[in-house]
Design a protein around this ligand. Sequence first.
Ligand code: DLL
Length: 441
Amino acid sequence: MIKNLQGNYFDPEIETAPREDILRIQLEKLRHQVAWAFERVPWYRERFRDLGVKPEDIRSLEDVRLLPFTDKQTLRDTYPFGLCAIPLDSVVRLHSSSGTTGKPVVIGYSRRDLDVWSDCVARMVMMAGVTPADRVQMAFGYGMFTGGFGLHYGCEKLGCMIVPAGSGNTERHLMMIGDYSTTVLIATPSYALHMCEVGESLGFDWASSSLRVGLFGGEPCTLGMRREIERRMHIICTDNYGLTEVSGPGVGGECLAARDWNHINEDHYLWEVINPVTNEPLPEGQEGELVLTPLSKEAFPVMRYRTRDLTRVTTGPCACGRTHARMSKVRARTDDMLIVRGANLFPSQVEDVLVGIQGLAPHYRIVLDNEAGMDRITVMVELLPDAFSDSFEQMDHFRQHVVDRLRQALLITPIVKLAEPGSIERTVGKSKRVEDKREKF
Ligand code: DLL
């Protein structure tokens, strides 16, 4: 049941501020951030000099385009503390995101940075319908990953009772839901799905459990996957978005009025959407790469961070009463795009097809390799126990049906392997669904 579409704000004054006020705050803060980074971080001073830009050149929000982009590589090149704008003894926390190669990306936080971060998280938690009366169970890890601590302090700021269980140990999670009557679950959507499955196998009664809201994030969740979790857990699944380089979770979150969008905390993040190839700005509403400039960062100012996440943004009014812009759910990253025999495809397209086929479980892997110099794509997907049959013919017929559905959507013909129930590895954090074993020529 969805109620309280309006009036459920953590910081009503700013969350419902007229747009012209938001834009004015953004410009003030942008100018301050630019001067802050220029004065304190030699890396920015050099880039500004190369581009012939001075802080006083920033006179309007559009002038953000004068500034240099940053990306993961910038943080690797300046690893660990090259972008730090405050004395290291004023840094009170470090987090990092695990890169797949080389050094991680590390970000430091001042005390004020942590305060702003937990405000942002508290807002988006409340947007999802969570109140101080809720009991929140944490299934993110509390390590260098920003998910655990980020959501923990946001929920605590809101006044919830938080159960810091951490990632993994699904049976213990189920026990805690039962024993502590927790009402909110924080997890990646793929782990939530795994919890559904383990719960069902142990006879856990999701329908009468106390859980009512899922705060899920850290990875994409297709509409089909969301419906699946909602149906099996009997909760409302909400999405929230963020990334380590600009703080962590809390960049944006889903309100209960506009379920397919996440409101961006615009007084703390300036967004741009650009064409990822030409780097040119795109008009509002068009899909492109999200570029973020945090506006309140003391310790690690980051300018025009290239998120690689594909989204579109609207500033149109929202029924929840919030005036902050909304970004569409991130379904893919520019670097997720697979090019298979010249065709472009995103893993989320495969997922969309699979979750729409009765008899398949939402657990799959995509493997790419070469055969005789040609790209080959194999989709391994689990069968639901009920769909399993001893008849080879029936199974092959079903497999062919999956191939046909994928071919219609992707315009290439994959190999499909139907896997036994439970045979595809589950993860406690972010799922890894694609394995690219192709030789690079
Ligand atoms: O995943 C921060 C986070 C933690 C957000 C928990 C929400 C909840 P990183 O590990 O640095 O930080 O990964 C950031 O994960 O650029 C997206 O590609 C992806 N991502 C994060 N949230 C979502 C989401 C955290 N809601 C990267 N939907 C981002 C889709 C997401 N992708």
